[in-house]
Design a protein around this ligand. Structure first.
Ligand SMILES: NC(=O)c1ccc[n+]([C@@H]2O[C@H](COP(=O)([O-])OP(=O)(O)OC[C@H]3O[C@@H](n4cnc5c(N)ncnc54)[C@H](OP(=O)(O)O)[C@@H]3O)[C@@H](O)[C@H]2O)c1
Length: 349
């Protein structure tokens, strides 16, 4: 890949897409094409084909998707399956028609069966039933993997699917209702800390800045405190979903961007097989993660767990030996990445 090659980053405003653009720019790639959701709806086949026809990107990072935590996945399974199937179908097919030399398809560790042995090896794909709370999302992601694989075998394309573990970092979605666990924890502890300091102005600022819901702007302090209570956020404690027992692995998004670029530039990437895991190869229990974030945020209250809420998959650790063998490894330790992410969060609220 040359510095002047045309590179399309789909989903460039998202967590992954923005990290890929940041990295490409740092490395001197200067022909990056992006379109916001408003400018190009990737669910619409005719719009995607017209875009590829006029731009003809040589390289594509497919980082656009409908993404969310357990709550959003359980509540909106139809939107998760439709949007993710449509985006994959439209981009992968257009990339083939309009001659894209190489495409990186972002999958997810949710594609693996709920009870697959740990750590998860690439060959466990489709070896058992999926976690029901995110089945719709996972099925769409598996369809995208299979599209890439079958397009490669029938049409000779060079489309690779990466399975990243849980991600975090600057640009994450911190929405209390739709975010993933790590971002939700940062925000909950941050708001609880403000509450413990009686910093209601700070809470107003945070909620108005980060929530699409304009109701927060006119909310009285009392109503605000009661709203936070509904989310498990109190001045002396934070209540978290589930038991705290599941284990999860977390990769800083800048490490993922580095892995995406590494694989985009790897000469023999097709030999890696259908999919390749990207993670840190180490996991942490949610209660331990919560404790780590509590201390980074400097919230002095307690942590309790609401075990009437679902836990999701008991453990999800990726086997990353395949990518390690190719010569890539993660560089950002969890504690350091969390502290940097929290500083970023504080700068933007
Ligand atoms: N976040 C994680 O922990 C994680 C873990 C493993 C894998 N991944 C994978 O990484 C990829 C990117 O995830 P992310 O966390 O970066 O998601 P994200 O922050 O939600 O970003 C997704 C982007 O896609 C755009 N998008 C969604 N639907 C679109 C549409 N119909 N047309 C045009 N743009 C659309 C969004 O734009 P709008 O916001 O304007 O809609 C957004 O910019 C996904 O494939 C995901 O499965 C993520």
């Amino acid at each position: 890949m040359n510095k002047s090659d045309k590179i399309y980053v789909a989903g460039h405003r998202g967590l992954v897409g923005s990290a890929i653009v940041r990295l490409l720019e740092q490395k001197g790639f200067h022909n990056i094409v992006t379109r916001s959701h408003g400018e190009l709806d990737l669910n619409r086949q005719e719009q995607v084909e017209a875009f590829f026809k006029s731009e003809r990107p040589g390289y594509v990072f497919l980082a656009a998707a409908r993404v969310g935590g357990i709550g959003a996945n359980s509540e909106f399974p139809a939107r998760f399956i439709y949007d993710n199937l449509a985006i994959a179908l439209n981009i992968i097919h257009s990339a083939k028609i309009f001659g894209t030399a190489k495409l990186i398809n972002l999958g997810s560790s949710c594609v693996y069966p709920k009870l697959a042995p740990q750590p998860l090896k690439e060959e466990y794909l489709l070896s058992g039933p999926l976690e029901p709370t995110n089945e719709a999302y996972a099925v769409a992601k598996i369809a995208a993997i299979k599209m890439c694989r079958h397009y490669n075998s029938e049409y000779g394309t060079n489309f690779i699917s990466l399975m990243p573990t849980n991600l975090y970092g600057p640009g994450d979605n911190f929405d209390l209702a739709g975010s993933h666990v790590l971002a939700a924890l940062i925000r909950k502890f941050h708001l609880a800390r403000l509450l413990s300091l009686n910093d209601l102005k700070g809470i107003h600022r945070d909620l108005c800045h980060r929530s699409k819901d304009s109701a927060y702007h006119s909310m009285t302090d009392r109503k605000l405190v009661s709203e936070l209570g509904n989310q498990g956020i109190f001045s002396d404690r934070v209540v978290l979903w589930g038991t705290g027992a599941p284990f999860r692995e977390f990769l800083h998004v800048d490490d993922l961007a580095a892995a995406c670029l590494f694989l985009m530039q790897a000469p023999d990437s097709l030999s890696i097989g259908e999919i390749i895991n990207v993670g840190v190869g180490k996991d942490i229990a949610i209660d331990e993660l919560a404790e780590l974030i509590r201390s980074i945020v400097s919230f002095e209250g307690k942590i309790s767990f609401d075990n009437s809420r679902p836990d999701g998959t008991p453990r999800k650790l990726l086997d990353i030996s395949r990518i390690l063998k190719l010569g890539w490894k993660p560089g950002i330790a969890l504690k350091e990445g969390l502290a940097a992410t929290y500083s970023w969060y504080c700068r933007y609220c």
